[in-house]
Design a protein around this ligand. Structure first.
Ligand code: HEM
Length: 486
């Protein structure tokens, strides 16, 4: 189980611990951000800590981010770090189960399918899904009456409905098996990064769910082939047309597995983002008022058109909601869904004159960079306007030959990562979350709940127990449908 410490000279300083094997696991597990910030103060931007017998070297700061996101494939790999975790959930022939060059081609297929033409069809789909879901939640609730909304649960529902409908097609949305998703997701156990193939009961359900979900996608692929549907601009159709450089095509299994990977990759990341956006906005009615004014200006040319009279959003109008962009970026800065990003070191590699030895994990921590005071004054303050006019945190993503994100990886704001593993769902995530929040604040008013013990306003703490940082329970908001003057 334990990896012995390498004898390489000039290694990064080792963080102190008392219990062998366990090392710093508990402190990191409770609050990785605080733990890494504390270590940074003592040891600087590069140090190694012990987690469940594995040596984890952290590279912080803009240089540390640049190092991890652009490390050479031969020196450190995402496959080595994530393979045991992801392959059983996603399935074979895709992502970390294939050589990186092939996965890069698969990412390009998805990126090509997520075209502007496709995005234009997605905004009305998301709009209809949000209305449909919120109507069902408020079915028997009169306007003006406040209810408690389990925010993460509600946002998870909205995310899965909108993503499955836009990216995977109407058939999946209609026949979507929530139980299958649940079982797959439960098989995503962080402990699997360190221990291979543990026979946990959840893993049997995971394997069954993967098979059933694969079969479901394959039956849809078969049906679409028979119907020769080339009109629908979802990712599934994009992948069905895709061709590798060598002229071969992804198998139906590979297409199904890529769809599962996208579903899993985008679900908690997006639903936690919209949840935190609502929590942050609940403390800032002034920002909500500005967001409504922005929608009114963009959609009607006047600042005060009542929300219920605003026309539907389109892809073009959504793009003009710059304050909403800033709200999402500021939320990602304070609540980056992926707090630690890992690679497995395959050969001894140098960082700032230190040797990070083969066998260590190397990690970047975007959430720690996001709180750097010299870059973000008053770093814990929710201040969306600090992003106005800046394109940092989002950027173009190119591939194969072209240096992907060399320029932007030396940055302190990287919620979507950088380099060859950079997120391909970023543009979709902006469309999805901006539409959800824009529609939500039009029709609903929300505020923070109260802590039953203290009676004080309740703002959730981050929950770091899974791979994605989500709001800790209780994570309720008090929500009411706005009354419309007759
Ligand atoms: C990669 C964040 C939404 C699919 C990444 C990475 C980050 C990230 C930080 C880099 C991981 C690494 O370097 O190891 C986010 C955030 C999201 C989001 C913050 C939402 C707010 C999505 C969505 C999808 C998606 C909606 C799918 C439609 C992917 C894929 C990768 C990726 C396929 C590539 C993994 C790799 O190359 O190894 N994402 N993501 N993400 N994301 Fe996202």
């Amino acid at each position: 189980f334990s990896s012995p410490r390498s004898t390489a000279k000039n290694q990064p300083p080792m963080v102190k611990y008392t219990i062998p094997f366990l090392g710093n696991t508990i402190e990191y597990g409770i609050d990785p951000v605080k733990f890494l910030q504390k270590c940074q103060k003592t040891y600087g931007d590069c140090f190694t800590f012990l987690m469940l017998g594995r040596h984890m070297t952290v590279t912080l700061g803009a240089d540390g981010n640049h190092f991890l996101f652009n490390v050479k494939l031969k020196d450190a790999s995402a496959e080595g770090a994530y393979e045991t975790l992801t392959v059983p959930v996603f399935g074979k022939e895709v992502v970390y189960d294939v050589p990186n060059a092939l996965f890069m081609e698969q990412k390009k297929f998805v990126k090509d399918a997520l075209s502007t033409a496709a995005f234009k069809t997605y905004v009305p789909i998301i709009t209809a899904e949000v209305k449909d879901y919120m109507d069902s939640v408020f079915k028997n609730v009169p306007a003006g009456k406040e209810i408690e909304m389990e925010t993460f649960e509600a946002m998870s529902q909205l995310t899965i409905r909108t993503a499955s409908h836009c990216l995977m097609g109407k058939e999946i949305r209609d026949g979507f098996l929530t139980k299958l998703y649940h079982d797959l997701d439960a098989g995503f156990a962080p402990i699997n990064v360190f221990f291979k193939w543990l026979p946990l009961p959840a893993f049997f359900a995971r394997d069954r769910a993967n098979k059933e979900m694969t079969d479901l996608f394959k039956s849809i692929i078969k049906k679409r082939k028979a119907e020769n549907d080339t009109e629908t601009l979802d990712v599934l159709n994009g992948l069905m047309k895709a061709e590798y450089k060598d002229g071969s095509r992804p198998s139906d299994d590979a297409i199904a597995h890529l769809m599962i990977a996208l579903l899993l990759g985008g679900q908690h990341t997006s639903s936690t983002t919209s949840s935190w956006m609502l929590f942050e906005l609940a403390r800032r009615p002034d920002v909500i008022a500005d967001l409504l004014k922005e929608q009114s200006m963009v959609l009607t040319g006047k600042p005060d058109t009542p929300a219920h009279l605003l026309p539907d959003l389109t892809y073009e109008t959504l793009r003009q909601l710059s304050l909403m962009d800033c709200v999402m970026k500021e939320t990602l800065r304070l609540h980056a869904p992926i707090h630690t990003i890992m690679r497995l070191v395959e050969n001894d590699v140098e960082f700032k004159g230190m040797t990070i030895p083969k066998g260590n994990f190397v990690c970047a921590a975007p959430q720690v960079s996001h709180l750097t005071e010299s870059k973000f004054p008053e770093p814990y303050k929710f201040d969306p306007l600090r992003h106005m006019g800046s394109d940092e945190g989002s950027g173009e993503w190119t591939i194969n030959g072209v240096d992907i994100a060399q320029k932007s990886a030396r940055s302190l704001f990287l919620p979507f990562g950088a380099g060859r593993h950079r997120c391909i769902g970023e543009a979709f995530a902006f469309i999805q979350n901006k539409t959800i929040i824009a529609l939500f604040i039009r029709e609903y008013a929300h505020r923070l709940g109260t802590d039953p013990k203290t009676g004080k306003q309740w703002f959730p703490e981050p929950d770091y127990t899974s791979l994605i940082t989500i709001p800790k329970v209780p994570r309720k908001l008090l929500v009411k449908k706005k009354e419309v003057a007759a």
